[in-house]
Design a protein around this ligand. Structure first.
Ligand SMILES: *[C@@H]1O[C@H](CO)[C@@H](O)[C@H](O)[C@H]1NC(C)=O
Length: 283
């Protein structure tokens, strides 16, 4: 039944041409939260979702010689301004397939990433890299059609990679907030322009070695964003730097260990939005 509906929609797309990518629920890909949207080019910055747009906007291939399927990730990788804080993954046909954050080993203290979270970070020569896909990673080296990109937009599911094999080591995140109750994801606070945060398996007396580097954002009961975090100050215009005095805006339960980070510049987070209007994220 579902296949019939999808096929019917696809034929309408190609025959009638009335469906637009902007109509998809995930109709954009923006990174970095900030207050100063009007005056900062990096706040809610819309990233290219096709390889041709990426090239036109100054992104360049950073696949490090690996073919689409010849690495710990899937897709052709692009970077801009020599800044691995955002790396984009495109499928074989040039449609957006995923995103990575790379952290240079030289910028990390010896205890990060912790042994308990090492499975989330793949070793990439001089960097540790964390990866999310917007489509099933096993399909990326076949690629999407224009009709599928139009229909689903940025993608049809958030897959967080949690091991070295991109095709089998991932967690598919529930699209509906109602479905997350059965998991270890725990509700944090709602912050306007961000959304309803969820943190993984967070308790007051936990060790920060167990702090998961991913958080989720739901609005109106639907997944429309997520983000990365690492408990050390890292420098990039793509990062936000929350300090310990604002943690209660994001967490219902704040792990005590967060206060061990006494760097006045804060820790490092990056919000990633899958639709075009984060200003209207009222949870
Ligand atoms: C949840 O966190 C506790 C420690 O706070 C840890 O012992 C346990 O292994 C974690 N569970 C999972 C599934 O990560």
């Amino acid at each position: 039944m579902k296949t019939v509906v999808v096929l019917a929609l696809l034929s309408l797309v190609s025959v009638e041409g009335w469906l637009f990518n902007e109509d998809a629920e995930w109709n954009d890909l923006k990174v970095t939260w900030g207050l100063n949207q009007l005056f900062s080019s990096t706040v809610f910055d819309s990233l290219p979702r096709t390889e041709s747009d990426a090239l036109a906007e100054g992104w360049y291939d950073f696949s490090r010689g690996a073919k689409c399927e010849d690495s710990f990730y899937r897709g052709n990788r692009y970077i801009r301004d020599v800044d691995p804080a955002v790396m984009l993954l495109f499928d074989k046909n040039g449609y957006i397939a995923g995103i990575q954050m790379g952290v240079r080993k030289a910028d990390l203290p010896a205890h990060l990433p912790s042994d308990n979270m090492k499975h989330m970070w793949n070793d990439d020569i001089d960097m540790y890299v964390i990866t999310a896909y917007f489509v099933n990673p096993a399909t990326i080296c076949t690629g999407r059609s224009e009709a599928l990109f139009t229909l689903a937009g940025t993608g049809d599911g958030l897959h967080i990679q949690n091991g070295p094999n991109p095709e089998t080591d991932f967690e598919l995140i529930p699209r509906d907030e109602a479905d997350i109750g059965a998991t270890l994801w725990t509700q944090g606070e709602c912050f306007y322009t961000m959304g309803q945060h969820y943190w993984y398996n967070v308790t007051k007396d936990m060790s920060c070695d167990d702090f998961y580097p991913v958080f989720l954002l739901y609005n109106s009961g639907r997944l429309n964003g997520f983000g990365w975090n690492i408990n050390v100050y890292l420098d990039s215009p793509r990062y936000e730097h929350p300090t310990t005095d604002v943690l209660d805006m994001f967490f219902k339960v704040i792990p005590d260990c967060f206060y061990d980070n006494t760097d006045p510049r804060g820790a490092t987070t990056q919000h990633i939005y899958l639709d075009s209007a984060p200003s209207f994220n009222f949870c």
